[in-house]
Design a protein around this ligand. Structure first.
Ligand code: ACO
Length: 430
């Protein structure tokens, strides 16, 4: 939808009108698509702080008001009433499913949980201590070898099967990576269990004895997956879109997204938060570490604090904090020093002028790691858990991009600051 125009006045009073586009919510955007062609200039926006890269009807965030909505539904409502697979259906198809639609969808996901046996051989090649995110990215990348000739991106049915495979097989790959790390045999999926129960089974069951699934643990995981399911054009999702925009096999695009998620400024923050809390050690050290975080000459940052978009509060952090209490209480965990430490650190930082002025609040990752730890999931698997939740968002965005007639290969421009043209000097004259 177009309403008004922006008037750009360049050198010598040279004027240009730029169309303004208005979405259903959020700030208007100035369409600069014709800028280079008509005026010969690029825009400059490192980190895409003010740049919209696409049109999307999947997820909306209002960073000032702390709003997150999937397909128009506030995340708080979905967290209270929905399940991860229902949210996945919503993200992929645009509307909440009917009873028969969700039954069929759940059945489809259950039927795709097994891996091609050949894929398990990859795990034999990794060192026992390989990071599970590296294994996840590599094995998901290998899916492009298994599903290359059968993946025609222009075929909507193939796009659906791709989304189902990603959603269903990632937990199996994640659990296999974990089992390799701890030297236990790989556990096959059980299709009678729901998504989170099946993941717990594959992570914690052993062939030697029965494994009882903890209802609280599966409820907590399901909630975390809902909260991580999508977050519009974040770093990993933009990576998936960018890699996929060249027409690359979508499984490779997801592998690229997993790699992007791993960084500590993005999904790797949940692992970094736990490491930071362990480094701080006890509440007497909080002041010292808060001062370090404020010191520009010190690279230390309060992990789990701050967000590119949320400048008031992260709605996911509020929901997670409540779940954190519930999990620790219901699992009857008395030894919660890290949680106590996290709560006190949060309070100190929230009252500190530096954090107030810069709008730095706890983000989703500040508490998620504490829940994972209470569930017995090791620190190195935290970002993998994030990837499982986000996998459906990546698939939904890839599908949206591929089906969008306006989509082009993503190809940013630059401000070149290297040497101007110079002539080649023979080696003996250098
Ligand atoms: N601790 C201390 N200072 C911080 C922190 C922090 N966690 N986060 C930001 N700041 C400061 C910066 O030093 C900067 O100060 P300056 O303006 O004086 O230079 C200012 O706040 C703005 O920070 P930027 O890094 O410029 O903000 P940006 O939007 O680029 O980064 C980010 C956001 C990467 C999340 C950042 O806040 C950060 O590194 N946080 C810690 C890592 C983390 O928790 N990441 C998870 C993000 S949520 C997710 O991916 C699910």
């Amino acid at each position: 939808m177009s309403k008004d125009v922006y008037r750009l006045i360049g050198p010598g009073g040279n004027e240009m009108e730029l169309p303004i586009r208005t979405g259903t919510a959020g700030p208007d955007v100035i369409d600069i698509g014709a800028l280079y062609k008509t005026k010969g200039v690029f825009t400059y926006d490192p980190g895409f702080v003010s740049t919209g890269s696409c049109e999307s009807d999947i997820t909306f965030i209002d960073g000032e008001k702390g709003v997150l909505m999937y397909r128009g539904y506030p995340v708080e409502q979905l967290a209270e009433h929905s399940s991860f697979l229902e949210v996945s259906y919503l993200l992929l198809h645009g509307d909440l499913p009917t009873a028969s639609e969700i039954e069929k969808f759940e059945q489809t996901i259950r039927r795709h949980t097994m891996l091609n046996e050949g894929m398990l051989n990859f795990f034999k090649g990794f060192r026992y201590d390989a990071h599970p995110m590296a294994m996840l990215s590599a094995v998901v990348g290998s899916m492009s070898a298994y599903y290359h000739n059968v993946m025609d991106a222009s075929n909507p049915e193939h796009r659906d099967i791709f989304a189902h495979r990603i959603l269903a097989k990632l937990p199996t790959i994640a659990a296999a990576a974990y089992k390799l790390n701890i030297g236990q045999p790989f556990i096959y999926p059980r299709n009678d269990l729901n998504y989170s129960e099946n993941l717990l089974h594959m992570l914690f069951a052993v062939p030697a004895e029965p494994y009882e699934i903890d209802e609280v643990a599966s409820e907590a995981l399901d909630l975390l997956f809902i909260l991580h399911a999508d977050h519009e054009q974040n770093c990993s999702t933009s990576t998936v879109r960018m890699a996929g925009s060249s027409g690359a096999n979508p499984y490779s695009a997801i592998a690229a997204g997993i790699s992007a998620l791993w960084g500590p400024a993005h999904g790797g923050a949940n692992e970094a938060v736990l490491e930071m809390l362990e480094q701080i050690g006890d509440t007497s050290q909080i002041k010292k570490y808060v001062e370090k975080a404020k010191d520009k000459s010190d690279p230390f940052r309060l992990m789990g604090f701050g967000h590119r978009v949320y400048k008031n509060f992260d709605p996911r952090a509020t929901i997670i904090q409540d779940m954190c209490h519930k999990v620790l209480q219901r699992l009857d965990r008395k030894d919660t020093p890290l949680f106590d430490l996290a709560q006190e650190l949060e309070q100190v930082a929230l009252k500190d002028d530096y954090f107030i002025e810069k709008n730095l609040y706890p983000n989703v990752d500040f508490y998620s790691g504490i829940i994972y730890k209470a569930l017995g999931i090791p620190t190195s698997m935290f970002t993998v858990m994030f990837a499982l939740g986000r996998s459906v968002g990546w698939a939904a965005h890839w599908r949206e991009m591929i089906a969008d007639p306006a989509a082009k290969i993503a190809r940013p421009r630059q401000l070149y600051t290297g040497p101007a043209q110079r002539n080649y000097t023979p080696i003996e004259k250098r």
